[in-house]
Every structure is written in C-alpha cells, then in structure tokens.
Design a protein around this ligand. Sequence first.
Ligand code: SOE
Length: 375
Amino acid sequence: MIGYGFMGRAHSNAFRKVGNFFDLKYQPVLKAACGRDEEKVKAFAARWGYESTETDWHKLIARDDIDAVDVCAPNDQHLKMATAAAKAGKMILCEKPIARTGAEGEKMVAAVEKAGVPNMVWYNYRRVPAVTLAKQLIDEGRLGKIFHYRAKFLQDWTISPELPQGGAGLWRLDAKAAGSGVTGDLLAHCIDTALWLNGNINTVSAMTETFIKQRTHTLTGKVQKVSIDDACAFLARFQNGSLATFESTRYARGHKALYTFEINGEKASIAWDLHDLHRLEYFDHGIEGKLRGWQSIHVTDAGGDHPYMDKWWVPGLQIGYEHSFVHQVADFINSLGTKKPASPTFKDALETQYVCDAVLKSGKTGRWEKVKHVK
Ligand code: SOE
C-alpha cells in the first residue's frame, strides 16, 4: 500500500474484510504500508495490520515478498509508481483517475501490457449493488433505446477562500498534483459509470470555472494561482446516439457528495443517488397503466436477486460506501488467472481520461471537442 490518506484507509479496510465475506481464490496479506512520514506510516500500519513499513516506495516495489502494489498516492505519482511496479512484475491497483492526463495514462497502459500484469483502477461506484443492478437491467435490454444520460456530482467543501491548496488531502486543489479539479476528481466517477452503462462518448462541449483565483500553498507558504477547475458542466453525445449532461462543482452549498445519475430509455428509466445508495429508482413503461409509476427498489435482496447482497446480511439490511471497495477487491482477486480481467482495467480507465481531456480542452476553447478513443 502506497499512501495512507482517505483511500489508503478505504482500501485497507476492504483488504481486511474481503476474506470474511467472500470466497476468494487468494487471501490478501497486508505485507507493507509505505509513506514518506515514518511516524505516520508506522501508526497507519499498526492500526490496519500491515506487517512492515517503508518510507521509500522504490524499496517497497523492489521487495520480493510483495505481489501486488496499491497506489493511493496523489495523481502526479501514479505514472512513475505504476510503471515501476509493472516493470518489477507486480499486480497493480491504482486510485482514480488513472493519471493527470491521457498521455500519462497511455504510458501506464503500455507498461502493464508489456509486463502482462493484472491491473485495475479504483472506480468504486460501479460496485455499489444498486449501480451494478442498473448495469444488469440495461444489459438485459429493459430500457430499450437510450435517449438521455444525466449525471452530477456536487460538493461544497472548497467555498472558503481561506482554504489552502497543496499538501495532505488538499493536493486536490493543486493542479500540478491533481491534473485538474472537479473534472478529474468527481466527473471522472460520473464518466466511468456512464461509459460502463451507456458506451463511449464521442464529442463534448464544456464550460469550466475557477471561482477562487489564488490560495496559499501549504507547501510553499506563498499565495499562488489556482489552476484547477472548481466547477465544470458539459454536454456530450454518446456513440449510441443518446445525449448527456454532466455537472460537477465544489461550490454547491449544502451538498457534500451528491452523485446522481438518471437514464431515460424508450421502455424504462433509471435513477440513482449516492446519498441513498442502496436504492434504485425504476420506471417501467411496460407495467399496466393504472399501476405504472416510479418504483423504489431497495437493493438488499440476499437471496441472489441483487448483486453482491448474498455475501452480506439478511434481506432488507443495507450496506454502504465502504462495501463498494470490498466488492472491487473480491472481483479483482477472483478474476486472477481467468480470461476476464476485473474492470475497470487501466485501459478502461484511459477511455475515461480521454473524455476528461476533451472536456478540459473544450472548457478552454469554447468549442465542441472530439474524444480520443482507446484502440
Ligand atoms: C473528493 O472530496 C472525493 O473524496 C473524491 O476524491 C472521491 O473520489 C469521491 O468518491 C468523493 O469525493
């Protein structure tokens, strides 16, 4: 494990729990945690049960007793860590977004393909059971032809001009470390889910804004220009002919993590909301007229009807955010040695990155931009 922030905790929790709930081909063993601050990494390792610590990630990657590396460091570290880990023949799990740009992502894809190592990017929301159920319903053809896709991810934690940029957690405000603002951090989630549910996006037209132009940088102590996008809204056209709107901001007062999507098809519509993540709203036009209406499906059926839920409690008892990471680890481990890698692979995540690149470009040019595709 490289990194001990928010995601270091979320992933460690998943590695620890997964074997208690899922039948696995291999049990994860928490060999080592790595971070630059020795005291902090030792405390992290002790809390989560890692056998050892390292303060230099090169040393971690060089170790023979490590088979898989989990990159939970800021985005500017992904390329060098993942390519070095691939060269050393390690499996790699990398935090989202895959990198700061498509160009970086391409190098990472090339490295894992050359090394032939299993790889995955942590777009965890795919594995919220209600979202996985949405995927099943779409793949079964229940929505018919898709007309519209609508997604947003709203937060409000950066409204204060006193908030610095850079350093722990706040590297998300520093374009050098993060690559972009809400586009790479939040819209990337919406885009990953959208590509998974509704196929590729061909063209985008975006507007971006940076509301607070200067912030003190934690590492230099100086007031520096803010180069990330604080807000971004874009229109998109999918390859299947459907139209989309996406919106994200960290300036929506009152909203903490309002990730929602809605899909309108010829025969049915689907809606989901992260704040109520165990529910899937479903409208089936095929239902007899007098009973037709939105159904709120409580996705907790443990009898096998609802994805992943047979591994948890009894029907009606819901699970939460952290379980999406447990599901992702389970799928990754059980995909090893099979012909079907756990998604999203680095290659899948590169497609999302290409959409982000086109969105950021369009935000600058003010024009519709074409999305590059992974071959
Ligand atoms: C940012 O606040 C953040 O933590 C993202 O980095 C995560 O990817 C998202 O799931 C929740 O919000």
